[in-house]
Design a protein around this ligand. Structure first.
Ligand code: GLN
Length: 303
Protein backbone atom coordinates (compact mmCIF):
# COMPACT_ATOMS: atom_id res chain seq x y z
CA UNK A 1 0.00 0.00 0.00
CA UNK A 2 1.41 3.42 -0.95
CA UNK A 3 0.46 5.30 2.21
CA UNK A 4 2.25 8.51 1.26
CA UNK A 5 0.29 8.75 -1.98
CA UNK A 6 -2.97 8.16 -0.10
CA UNK A 7 -2.17 10.90 2.45
CA UNK A 8 -1.14 13.29 -0.34
CA UNK A 9 -4.41 12.64 -2.19
CA UNK A 10 -6.50 13.24 0.93
CA UNK A 11 -4.54 16.42 1.68
CA UNK A 12 -5.02 17.94 -1.75
CA UNK A 13 -8.74 17.14 -1.75
CA UNK A 14 -9.49 18.30 1.80
CA UNK A 15 -7.57 21.61 1.76
CA UNK A 16 -9.53 22.71 -1.32
CA UNK A 17 -12.80 22.59 0.65
CA UNK A 18 -14.04 26.09 1.45
CA UNK A 19 -16.20 25.38 4.52
CA UNK A 20 -13.62 24.44 7.13
CA UNK A 21 -15.93 24.75 10.15
CA UNK A 22 -15.47 27.18 13.04
CA UNK A 23 -12.58 27.63 15.45
CA UNK A 24 -13.47 27.12 19.14
CA UNK A 25 -13.64 30.49 20.81
CA UNK A 26 -15.11 29.63 24.22
CA UNK A 27 -11.47 29.34 25.32
CA UNK A 28 -10.35 32.80 24.09
CA UNK A 29 -6.67 31.86 23.54
CA UNK A 30 -7.66 29.05 21.14
CA UNK A 31 -9.30 31.53 18.77
CA UNK A 32 -5.94 32.86 17.50
CA UNK A 33 -5.11 29.74 15.47
CA UNK A 34 -5.10 29.96 11.65
CA UNK A 35 -8.02 27.90 10.30
CA UNK A 36 -5.98 26.94 7.21
CA UNK A 37 -3.65 24.66 9.17
CA UNK A 38 -3.99 21.04 8.14
CA UNK A 39 -1.72 18.18 9.17
CA UNK A 40 -1.99 14.40 8.78
CA UNK A 41 0.42 11.83 10.16
CA UNK A 42 0.38 8.03 10.06
CA UNK A 43 2.62 5.61 11.90
CA UNK A 44 2.34 1.89 11.30
CA UNK A 45 2.86 -0.54 14.15
CA UNK A 46 6.20 -1.58 12.67
CA UNK A 47 7.44 2.04 12.81
CA UNK A 48 7.03 3.42 9.28
CA UNK A 49 5.93 7.06 9.29
CA UNK A 50 4.15 9.15 6.68
CA UNK A 51 3.06 12.78 6.95
CA UNK A 52 1.60 15.62 4.91
CA UNK A 53 0.89 19.31 5.57
CA UNK A 54 1.36 20.82 9.04
CA UNK A 55 2.03 17.56 10.87
CA UNK A 56 5.06 18.95 12.71
CA UNK A 57 3.30 22.09 14.03
CA UNK A 58 2.30 21.91 17.73
CA UNK A 59 -1.33 22.63 18.59
CA UNK A 60 -3.52 22.45 21.69
CA UNK A 61 -4.49 18.80 22.15
CA UNK A 62 -7.33 19.61 24.63
CA UNK A 63 -9.60 16.54 25.08
CA UNK A 64 -7.13 14.19 23.37
CA UNK A 65 -5.24 14.49 26.69
CA UNK A 66 -8.18 12.73 28.40
CA UNK A 67 -7.16 9.38 26.88
CA UNK A 68 -3.58 9.69 28.10
CA UNK A 69 -4.85 10.79 31.53
CA UNK A 70 -7.19 7.78 31.65
CA UNK A 71 -4.26 5.50 30.76
CA UNK A 72 -2.11 7.02 33.51
CA UNK A 73 -4.94 6.73 36.07
CA UNK A 74 -5.69 3.13 35.00
CA UNK A 75 -2.05 2.13 35.30
CA UNK A 76 -2.00 3.52 38.86
CA UNK A 77 -5.47 2.47 40.08
CA UNK A 78 -6.58 -0.41 37.83
CA UNK A 79 -10.29 -1.18 37.75
CA UNK A 80 -10.98 0.93 40.85
CA UNK A 81 -11.54 3.97 38.65
CA UNK A 82 -14.76 2.33 37.39
CA UNK A 83 -16.31 2.75 40.84
CA UNK A 84 -16.56 6.49 40.20
CA UNK A 85 -17.43 6.53 36.50
CA UNK A 86 -19.56 4.77 33.93
CA UNK A 87 -18.57 3.71 30.40
CA UNK A 88 -21.72 4.57 28.45
CA UNK A 89 -21.92 7.07 25.59
CA UNK A 90 -23.64 10.23 26.79
CA UNK A 91 -25.35 11.23 23.53
CA UNK A 92 -24.85 14.80 24.71
CA UNK A 93 -22.24 17.56 24.26
CA UNK A 94 -18.94 17.23 26.17
CA UNK A 95 -19.79 20.01 28.63
CA UNK A 96 -23.41 19.01 29.36
CA UNK A 97 -24.37 19.08 33.05
CA UNK A 98 -27.97 17.81 33.27
CA UNK A 99 -27.12 14.07 33.14
CA UNK A 100 -24.59 14.48 35.94
CA UNK A 101 -27.32 15.85 38.20
CA UNK A 102 -29.84 13.18 37.21
CA UNK A 103 -27.32 10.35 37.61
CA UNK A 104 -26.18 11.42 41.09
CA UNK A 105 -22.72 12.68 40.22
CA UNK A 106 -21.53 9.56 38.34
CA UNK A 107 -20.28 10.79 34.95
CA UNK A 108 -21.38 8.75 31.94
CA UNK A 109 -17.80 8.16 30.76
CA UNK A 110 -14.21 9.42 31.21
CA UNK A 111 -14.23 11.55 28.04
CA UNK A 112 -17.05 13.98 28.75
CA UNK A 113 -15.72 16.84 30.86
CA UNK A 114 -17.23 15.68 34.18
CA UNK A 115 -15.68 12.22 33.71
CA UNK A 116 -12.32 13.69 32.79
CA UNK A 117 -12.52 15.85 35.93
CA UNK A 118 -12.99 12.68 38.04
CA UNK A 119 -9.91 11.18 36.34
CA UNK A 120 -8.06 14.45 37.06
CA UNK A 121 -9.06 14.09 40.73
CA UNK A 122 -7.61 10.55 40.76
CA UNK A 123 -4.34 11.84 39.25
CA UNK A 124 -4.20 14.75 41.73
CA UNK A 125 -4.55 12.23 44.60
CA UNK A 126 -2.04 9.77 43.13
CA UNK A 127 0.92 12.08 42.52
CA UNK A 128 2.76 14.71 44.61
CA UNK A 129 3.19 16.88 41.53
CA UNK A 130 0.43 15.81 39.10
CA UNK A 131 1.27 18.30 36.34
CA UNK A 132 4.91 17.16 36.27
CA UNK A 133 3.93 13.48 36.44
CA UNK A 134 1.47 13.74 33.54
CA UNK A 135 3.99 15.66 31.41
CA UNK A 136 6.70 13.10 32.19
CA UNK A 137 4.32 10.28 31.24
CA UNK A 138 3.64 11.81 27.80
CA UNK A 139 7.34 12.62 27.27
CA UNK A 140 8.29 9.04 28.19
CA UNK A 141 5.69 7.55 25.83
CA UNK A 142 7.06 9.59 22.93
CA UNK A 143 10.73 9.85 23.94
CA UNK A 144 10.35 13.58 23.31
CA UNK A 145 11.21 16.13 26.00
CA UNK A 146 10.23 19.13 23.88
CA UNK A 147 6.51 18.47 24.58
CA UNK A 148 5.09 21.06 26.99
CA UNK A 149 2.01 22.80 28.39
CA UNK A 150 0.88 26.19 27.09
CA UNK A 151 0.38 28.31 30.21
CA UNK A 152 -1.54 31.06 28.43
CA UNK A 153 -4.12 28.56 27.13
CA UNK A 154 -4.47 27.04 30.62
CA UNK A 155 -4.90 30.52 32.15
CA UNK A 156 -7.40 31.49 29.46
CA UNK A 157 -9.50 28.38 30.12
CA UNK A 158 -9.30 28.92 33.87
CA UNK A 159 -10.76 32.41 33.42
CA UNK A 160 -13.59 31.21 31.17
CA UNK A 161 -14.23 27.59 32.24
CA UNK A 162 -17.52 28.27 34.02
CA UNK A 163 -19.17 25.01 32.97
CA UNK A 164 -16.18 23.00 34.18
CA UNK A 165 -16.40 24.80 37.54
CA UNK A 166 -20.10 23.93 37.60
CA UNK A 167 -19.34 20.25 36.80
CA UNK A 168 -16.60 20.05 39.44
CA UNK A 169 -18.86 21.64 42.06
CA UNK A 170 -21.66 19.20 41.23
CA UNK A 171 -19.22 16.28 41.52
CA UNK A 172 -18.06 17.66 44.86
CA UNK A 173 -21.63 18.00 46.13
CA UNK A 174 -22.26 14.32 45.29
CA UNK A 175 -19.05 13.27 47.07
CA UNK A 176 -17.33 12.22 43.82
CA UNK A 177 -14.38 14.64 44.08
CA UNK A 178 -11.82 14.04 46.83
CA UNK A 179 -9.64 17.11 46.32
CA UNK A 180 -10.60 20.81 46.37
CA UNK A 181 -12.34 21.98 43.17
CA UNK A 182 -9.60 24.60 42.56
CA UNK A 183 -6.77 22.05 42.73
CA UNK A 184 -8.46 19.56 40.41
CA UNK A 185 -9.39 22.19 37.81
CA UNK A 186 -5.97 23.83 37.97
CA UNK A 187 -4.51 20.42 37.04
CA UNK A 188 -7.27 19.66 34.47
CA UNK A 189 -6.89 22.95 32.56
CA UNK A 190 -3.12 22.48 32.44
CA UNK A 191 -3.49 18.88 31.22
CA UNK A 192 -5.80 20.08 28.40
CA UNK A 193 -3.33 22.84 27.44
CA UNK A 194 -0.67 20.33 26.39
CA UNK A 195 0.68 21.14 22.93
CA UNK A 196 1.75 18.40 20.56
CA UNK A 197 2.23 17.89 16.85
CA UNK A 198 0.31 15.27 14.87
CA UNK A 199 3.52 13.20 14.75
CA UNK A 200 3.98 13.38 18.53
CA UNK A 201 0.35 12.42 19.22
CA UNK A 202 0.63 9.44 16.87
CA UNK A 203 3.69 8.25 18.76
CA UNK A 204 2.11 8.74 22.18
CA UNK A 205 -0.89 6.57 21.15
CA UNK A 206 1.27 3.69 19.92
CA UNK A 207 0.57 1.76 23.15
CA UNK A 208 -3.15 1.57 22.27
CA UNK A 209 -2.32 -0.10 18.95
CA UNK A 210 0.38 -2.30 20.46
CA UNK A 211 -1.31 -4.10 23.38
CA UNK A 212 -0.04 -1.66 25.99
CA UNK A 213 3.59 -1.38 24.90
CA UNK A 214 4.95 2.04 23.88
CA UNK A 215 7.13 2.54 20.81
CA UNK A 216 10.19 1.56 22.87
CA UNK A 217 8.41 -1.76 23.72
CA UNK A 218 8.08 -0.86 27.41
CA UNK A 219 4.76 -2.07 28.92
CA UNK A 220 2.52 0.71 30.28
CA UNK A 221 -0.89 -0.99 30.31
CA UNK A 222 -2.21 -4.54 30.51
CA UNK A 223 -3.83 -5.93 27.35
CA UNK A 224 -7.23 -5.94 29.03
CA UNK A 225 -6.85 -2.25 29.94
CA UNK A 226 -5.99 -1.37 26.33
CA UNK A 227 -9.01 -3.32 25.09
CA UNK A 228 -11.22 -1.34 27.44
CA UNK A 229 -9.74 2.08 26.68
CA UNK A 230 -10.09 1.42 22.94
CA UNK A 231 -13.72 0.42 23.52
CA UNK A 232 -14.40 3.67 25.38
CA UNK A 233 -12.72 5.65 22.58
CA UNK A 234 -14.98 3.95 20.03
CA UNK A 235 -18.20 4.50 21.99
CA UNK A 236 -17.47 7.85 23.69
CA UNK A 237 -14.50 9.51 21.91
CA UNK A 238 -16.60 11.96 19.91
CA UNK A 239 -19.34 12.90 22.39
CA UNK A 240 -22.71 13.03 20.67
CA UNK A 241 -21.04 12.21 17.36
CA UNK A 242 -19.47 8.90 18.42
CA UNK A 243 -21.99 6.94 16.35
CA UNK A 244 -21.27 9.08 13.29
CA UNK A 245 -17.49 8.61 13.66
CA UNK A 246 -17.88 4.81 13.99
CA UNK A 247 -20.22 4.86 10.98
CA UNK A 248 -18.01 7.01 8.74
CA UNK A 249 -14.50 6.10 9.92
CA UNK A 250 -14.81 2.85 11.89
CA UNK A 251 -11.94 3.27 14.33
CA UNK A 252 -11.54 3.99 18.05
CA UNK A 253 -10.35 7.57 18.38
CA UNK A 254 -10.50 10.85 20.26
CA UNK A 255 -11.06 14.44 19.27
CA UNK A 256 -10.21 17.74 20.95
CA UNK A 257 -11.55 21.27 20.52
CA UNK A 258 -8.09 22.33 19.29
CA UNK A 259 -9.08 20.51 16.07
CA UNK A 260 -7.04 17.35 16.52
CA UNK A 261 -8.32 13.81 16.07
CA UNK A 262 -6.30 10.66 16.75
CA UNK A 263 -7.57 7.24 15.71
CA UNK A 264 -6.09 3.76 15.57
CA UNK A 265 -6.46 0.27 14.23
CA UNK A 266 -5.27 -2.20 16.91
CA UNK A 267 -2.10 -4.08 15.88
CA UNK A 268 -1.88 -2.00 12.73
CA UNK A 269 -1.50 1.79 12.84
CA UNK A 270 -2.16 5.13 14.56
CA UNK A 271 -3.21 8.21 12.56
CA UNK A 272 -3.56 11.84 13.69
CA UNK A 273 -5.16 14.70 11.82
CA UNK A 274 -5.30 18.40 12.70
CA UNK A 275 -7.63 20.97 11.18
CA UNK A 276 -8.75 23.60 13.72
CA UNK A 277 -12.20 24.32 12.27
CA UNK A 278 -14.88 22.39 14.18
CA UNK A 279 -18.34 21.17 13.22
CA UNK A 280 -21.40 21.91 15.39
CA UNK A 281 -20.61 18.92 17.65
CA UNK A 282 -17.13 20.26 18.49
CA UNK A 283 -15.17 17.79 16.35
CA UNK A 284 -12.76 18.80 13.57
CA UNK A 285 -14.83 19.11 10.41
CA UNK A 286 -12.13 18.37 7.84
CA UNK A 287 -10.40 16.00 10.24
CA UNK A 288 -13.43 13.70 10.27
CA UNK A 289 -13.60 13.83 6.49
CA UNK A 290 -9.88 13.08 6.08
CA UNK A 291 -10.11 10.01 8.31
CA UNK A 292 -13.24 8.78 6.52
CA UNK A 293 -11.31 9.00 3.26
CA UNK A 294 -8.33 7.20 4.78
CA UNK A 295 -10.28 4.14 5.94
CA UNK A 296 -12.32 4.10 2.71
CA UNK A 297 -9.22 4.23 0.49
CA UNK A 298 -7.21 1.72 2.54
CA UNK A 299 -10.12 -0.50 3.62
CA UNK A 300 -8.38 -0.61 7.00
CA UNK A 301 -10.95 -0.15 9.76
CA UNK A 302 -12.12 -2.40 12.58
CA UNK A 303 -15.31 -3.31 10.72
N1 GLN B 1 -10.48 21.81 27.91
C1 GLN B 1 -11.68 21.68 27.15
C2 GLN B 1 -12.90 21.83 28.05
O1 GLN B 1 -12.85 21.37 29.16
C3 GLN B 1 -11.68 20.35 26.44
C4 GLN B 1 -12.92 20.10 25.62
C5 GLN B 1 -12.68 19.34 24.36
O2 GLN B 1 -11.59 19.30 23.79
N2 GLN B 1 -13.73 18.77 23.83
O3 GLN B 1 -13.90 22.38 27.70
Amino acid sequence: MNYQLILDDIHSHVVSIKDKGTIASYIPELAHVDINNFGLHLRTKDGNEYGVGDYTTPFSIQSISKVLALALAASKKGNHILERLDVEPSGHPFNQLALLEIENGIPRNPFINSGAIVIADIIVSAFDNPKESFLKYVRDLTGDNTINYNESIATSEKASGFRNYAAANLLKSFGNLNNPVEDVLDYYFTQCSLEMTCAQITKSFHLFANKGKCLFEKTYLKEQQVKRINAVMLTCGFYDEAGEFAFEVGLPGKSGVGGGIVALLPNNYVITVWSPGLNEKGNSKLGMLALEQFTTKTQLSIF
